[in-house]
Design a binder for this molecule. Structure first.
Ligand SMILES: NC(=O)c1ccc[n+]([C@@H]2O[C@H](COP(=O)([O-])OP(=O)(O)OC[C@H]3O[C@@H](n4cnc5c(N)ncnc54)[C@H](OP(=O)(O)O)[C@@H]3O)[C@@H](O)[C@H]2O)c1
Length: 297
């Protein structure tokens, strides 16, 4: 099969298209013919050789993908259109002709491939964090890092739960367009926020935890996805399957339903055909949602 892969760690230029053996679905998995794949910070870290997990070379980047099932699995027949993510232990494989998904849900027919391909791990993560913080109708949630790939999904899913959402980001117009109350990021956050904040999610990992605890009044009302100093502030670090906590995979089907009801979308900043260009763009910032690679038409 064709795949975008790298044979040594390094900058985006190490990515190139070549031939690799096809993967096959194991028990509980499906294989898809990939239409679109997302680009995430974990993909950049792995390519740069900064992953904490051992990575075998050559490596195909990409955790999130959408496509058409060609090896069936539980609840998915050949020909079904699905979106999902690869197994966290494989840490990649989506920017290729075929990819094996560890979890997935049917793609709503009207959902563009680009949105579906970029969605799954971000929705899983967002759902997990919102569940941990017990975000529900009437909760006021502050999302630090709301303009990025995960943060923008958190905002959309929190609004769909009926929460009032404040969001920080570099591009405040974009944050407002998501439906959040925009707040500039950086030190001094409590001086820029009016009123009560019930819960705060740190998506950015830029050292805001003491201020988020000050804003909510309770370390247990703060969760971080990206700051491993969390426990020293009494704050939970949520890492999903790697941390052995309940996962947010049930969020995929819920998000698909919300999409069909017109209450949720996956904000896509840009679509690329060249994965190296997508990785280079992801490293530049600022973010306005997800970056996507269109793998096939
Ligand atoms: N624990 C988990 O399960 C899990 C899962 C997925 C991702 N993550 C991690 O979560 C982080 C975010 O992922 P992502 O995909 O959303 O990344 P992303 O798309 O690159 O977005 C990063 C966000 O952080 C914002 N930001 C940058 N500097 C900031 C600051 N000083 N204060 C507040 N916000 C700031 C960015 O805004 P501008 O672009 O406007 O500067 C952007 O909105 C990454 O570290 C990723 O590895 C963790």
């Amino acid at each position: 099969m064709f795949a975008t892969r790298f044979e040594r760690f390094g900058p985006p230029e190490v990515l190139s298209v070549g031939e690799l053996p096809e993967p096959h679905a194991g028990p509980g998995e499906v294989r898809i013919r990939v239409r679109a794949a997302g680009v995430s910070p974990v993909d950049l870290a792995i390519r740069a050789g900064k992953s904490r997990s051992p990575i075998a070379l050559p490596h195909i980047p990409g955790v999130d993908a959408a496509g058409v099932v060609d090896e069936a699995g539980p609840g998915a027949e050949v020909g079904d259109e699905v979106f999902g993510a690869v197994d966290v232990a494989r840490l990649g494989g989506a920017t290729a002709e075929f990819a094996v998904l560890a979890f997935w849900t049917p793609k709503p027919p009207s959902m563009p491939w680009e949105q579906a391909g970029a969605a799954a791990s971000g929705i899983e993560t967002a759902t997990r964090a919102l569940d941990l913080l017990d975000v529900r109708d009437g909760t006021t949630l502050l999302v630090d890092g709301a303009s990025g790939g995960v943060g923008s999904l958190v905002v959309g899913l929190a609004l769909a739960r009926g929460a009032r959402v404040l969001g920080t980001g570099g591009d405040l117009e974009f944050v407002e367009s998501l439906g959040a109350i925009p707040v500039p990021y950086g030190p001094g956050l409590p001086t820029r926020v009016d009123g009560r904040v019930d819960a705060a999610l740190d998506v950015a990992g830029q050292g805001s935890l003491p201020e988020l605890v000050e804003l909510t009044g309770e370390p247990s009302s703060v969760v971080t996805l990206a700051d491993f100093s969390g426990p020293s502030h009494g704050v939970r670090v949520s890492t999903g399957a790697l941390g052995g906590e309940p996962d947010g995979r049930h969020g995929l089907a819920a998000a698909a339903r919300l999409f069909e009801e017109g209450r949720f979308r996956v904000p896509v900043e840009a679509v690329f055909t060249d994965a190296a260009a997508a990785h280079a763009a992801a490293e530049r910032g600022p973010r306005r949602g997800k970056l996507v690679v269109r793998v096939s038409e």
